[in-house]
Design a protein around this ligand. Structure first.
Ligand code: CMP
Length: 225
């Protein structure tokens, strides 16, 4: 059951267990198979989602069809709140990169919940502020960092969400294709591949299909600076 994971989301922070379970019980459970989108960029939106299990990518497409990933989110993270707090079209397409289970909350229920538990608003603001901080950093990196630096940073960021310690390092099962990893870094697949091959050659990482093992986090951190 994903309950405990979902209850770690900011939506339930600082709330007694009974009330938190009541809200969770009122949310619709939505299984989302790998590759499927829950909504598309530009569509009207009136509900937010908390991830119970799996991974969800948020992507935008340019007029000429190129894709860019804003983020890859995992369990207990929330998305779809922007078009609730600032009514307007969805700012990105959300799709599952691995089989996922989402919990859906509609606008009216969210407003009622916030009126009943104003302290939750503070935690939602914190989550939004964190996201803005990350986005600012990513923006600065696009201007100031080279591709290997951005790759190192993306790997470290993914490891904080999805990393699991193993004998010789930190295994990050990101479930992203090479193309998606490149879209997350904001560079071509070839350049990202070259950076990964270089990191592997230096013994900093080991590639394992849609996972990567970080063998030398300290070096990667230095490269990401
Ligand atoms: P919404 O615009 O309703 O739908 C797309 C969602 O993607 C959006 O709400 C946010 O929850 C999420 N999102 C948009 N931009 C970012 C970002 N820069 N980082 C992480 N998540 C984002």
């Amino acid at each position: 059951m994903d309950d405990d994971v979902v209850l770690a989301a900011p939506l339930f922070a600082a709330i007694d267990t009974e009330a938190a379970h009541a809200l969770l019980g009122s949310m619709k459970r939505v299984p989302l198979p790998r590759g499927r989108a829950i909504f598309g960029e530009g569509e009207p939106g009136d509900r937010l989602y908390v991830i119970g299990s799996g991974k969800v990518k948020l992507g935008r497409r340019s007029i000429d069809g190129r894709e860019n990933l804003l983020a890859v989110l995992g369990p207990a993270e929330m998305f779809g709140e922007l078009s609730l707090f600032d009514p307007g079209p969805r700012t990105a397409t959300a799709s599952a990169v691995s089989d996922a289970v989402l919990y859906e909350l509609g606008h009216a229920d969210l407003i009622a919940w916030l009126e009943e538990h104003p302290a939750v608003a503070k935690h939602l603001l914190e989550a939004l502020a964190r996201r803005l901080r990350r986005t600012n950093e990513a923006l600065a990196d696009l201007v100031f960092s080279d591709v290997p630096g951005r790759v190192a940073k993306a790997l470290l960021d993914l490891s904080r969400r999805f990393g699991e310690p193993i004998e010789d390092g930190l295994r990050v099962a990101h479930d992203l294709t090479q193309e998606e990893l490149a879209q997350l870094v904001g560079a071509s697949r070839e350049t990202v591949n070259k950076a990964l091959a270089d990191f592997a050659g230096r013994g900093w990482v080991r590639r394992e299909g849609r996972a990567i093992v970080l063998l030398d986090v300290a070096r990667l951190e230095r490269r990401a600076r």
